[in-house]
Design a protein around this ligand. Structure first.
Ligand code: HEC
Ligand code: HEC
Length: 300
C-alpha cells in the first residue's frame, strides 16, 4: 500500500511539475506576444474642425460601437475584471487628466484605431482594430475630430495596466484570445473613399464592424473570451437563417432587435441598437453584401 502511495505521490509530483512548466512556457509565450512592437506607418490625416464633420464623426463612432466598451461618456473603465481571465480596462478617450489620449496626435489615433497598437507599437488588448483597419481616411478624420471634441473626464490616477490571469495567459498563448494587432496585415492600406449607396460594396464596408463577432467570413461562432453561457454569434451567410429572410426582414431585425423567427436579440451581446444611427440606405446596403457571400457553414 505504502509503495503504491509512494508511486502515486511521485506521479502526482511529476504531473504538478509538468503543469508548472507548461504554465511557465505559456506565460513566457503570452508576454512575448504582448511585447512585440509592430512597425506601423500612420497615414497623414487632416482633422476637420467644422460642426458638420464633428457631428458626422459622432455618428461614425456610434455605429462602430466604441461606447459599448469605452462607455457612453468615453471615460472607459474596467472591461474584464476576473481572477481567471485578468484585468483589462478600456481606455479613457476624453483627453481628461490621466487619459492616454490627452496629448494624442492624429497619428496616435490612427495607430490605436486602425492598427490596434499604442504609441510604442505594442498591441492593445481587446481593442477590435480588425473591424476598423480598413476605415477610410475620410471617415477616420471625422471620427478623430469628434473624439477630440469630447468633454474631458478627469481621472485621479492612470487605469491599471492590462494583466492576464492564468486563463487569460493560456488563451493568449494558445491563440484563442489573439491580440487584434496580430491579426492585421499592417501593410494593407485603408480603403479609398466609397460613395454611400445601396450597393454591396458600401454594405461590405459598413459590415466590417460586424466581423469582430461574426468573423471576417461572417460564419459566426463562439465569441473569444466570452462567458461560457453567452450565445455564439450567428452565421450571417446564406447558410444561416438569412437565406430565408428578405431585405425588409433584415432591416426590421436591426431596427427592432427581433428576428423573423421571433428571437429577441440581447443588446448586451448583439449591439443592434447601433442601427438606430444607421440610415435606411446603410442598412439596405448591408443586405446585398451579406446575400452575396458564399453559403458557408459555421466551423465550430
Ligand atoms: C470590444 C471593446 C472595444 C471596442 C468596441 C472599442 N475599444 Fe478601444 N479599447 C478597448 C480596450 C479594452 C482598450 C485598452 C487596451 C489596452 O489597454 O491594452 C482600448 C484602447 C483604445 C485606445 C488606446 C488608448 C491608449 O491606451 O493609448 C483608443 C484610442 C481606442 N481604444 C479607441 C477606440 C475607438 C475610437 C473605438 C471605436 C471606433 C473603440 N476604441 C472601440 C476596447 C474596445
Ligand atoms: C459584439 C458582438 C457583435 C457585433 C459587433 C455584431 N453582432 Fe450580430 N450577433 C451577435 C451575437 C452574439 C448574435 C446571436 C444572438 C443570440 O443568439 O441571441 C448576433 C445575431 C445577429 C443577427 C440575428 C441572426 C439570426 O440568424 O437570428 C443578425 C441579423 C446580426 N447579428 C447582424 C449583425 C450585423 C449586421 C452587425 C454589424 C452591423 C452585427 N450583427 C454586429 C454578436 C454581434
Amino acid at each position: 500500500m505504502r509503495k503504491v502511495l509512494k508511486w502515486l505521490g511521485v506521479g502526482l509530483g511529476a504531473i504538478v511539475g509538468l503543469v508548472v512548466i507548461a504554465f511557465l512556457v505559456l506565460t513566457v509565450n503570452s508576454s512575448r506576444k504582448a511585447n512585440v512592437a509592430y512597425a506601423v506607418e500612420p497615414a497623414s490625416l487632416t482633422i476637420p474642425t467644422d460642426a458638420a464633420s464633428i457631428a458626422e464623426g459622432e455618428r461614425l463612432v456610434a455605429i462602430r460601437a466604441c461606447m459599448g466598451c469605452h462607455g457612453q461618456d468615453f471615460s472607459g473603465g474596467p472591461f474584464v475584471e476576473d481572477a481567471a481571465l485578468g484585468t483589462i480596462y478600456a481606455a479613457n478617450l476624453t483627453g481628461g487628466e490621466n487619459s492616454p489620449t490627452r496629448d494624442y496626435t492624429p497619428a496616435d489615433w490612427d495607430r490605436a484605431i486602425r492598427h490596434g497598437v499604442d504609441r510604442e507599437g505594442k498591441p492593445l488588448w481587446i481593442m477590435p482594430s480588425t473591424d476598423y483597419y480598413r476605415d477610410t481616411n475620410h471617415d477616420l478624420e471625422k471620427m478623430i475630430a469628434y473624439l477630440e471634441s469630447l468633454p474631458a473626464v478627469d481621472q485621479s490616477e492612470l487605469y491599471p495596466e492590462p494583466k492576464a490571469g492564468p486563463l487569460g495567459t493560456m488563451l493568449v498563448a494558445t491563440g484563442q484570445m489573439p491580440f487584434p494587432a496580430a491579426l492585421i496585415d499592417h501593410t494593407t492600406p485603408p480603403l479609398e473613399y466609397i460613395e454611400p449607396a445601396v450597393s454591396a460594396e458600401y454594405g461590405g464596408y459598413l459590415a466590417m464592424t460586424c466581423t469582430g463577432c461574426h468573423k471576417p467570413d461572417f460564419t459566426g461562432g463562439p465569441l473569444p473570451g466570452a462567458a461560457p453561457d453567452a450565445p455564439p454569434a450567428t452565421n450571417l451567410t446564406p447558410a444561416g437563417h438569412l437565406a430565408n429572410w428578405t431585405q425588409d426582414d433584415f432591416i426590421n431585425t436591426l431596427r427592432t432587435g427581433v428576428t423573423p423567427e421571433g428571437k429577441e436579440l440581447d443588446p448586451q451581446v448583439m449591439p443592434w441598437p447601433i442601427a438606430e444611427r444607421m440610415t435606411d440606405d446603410e442598412l439596405a446596403a448591408i443586405w446585398p453584401y451579406l446575400s452575396s457571400l458564399p453559403a458557408t457553414p459555421t466551423a465550430n
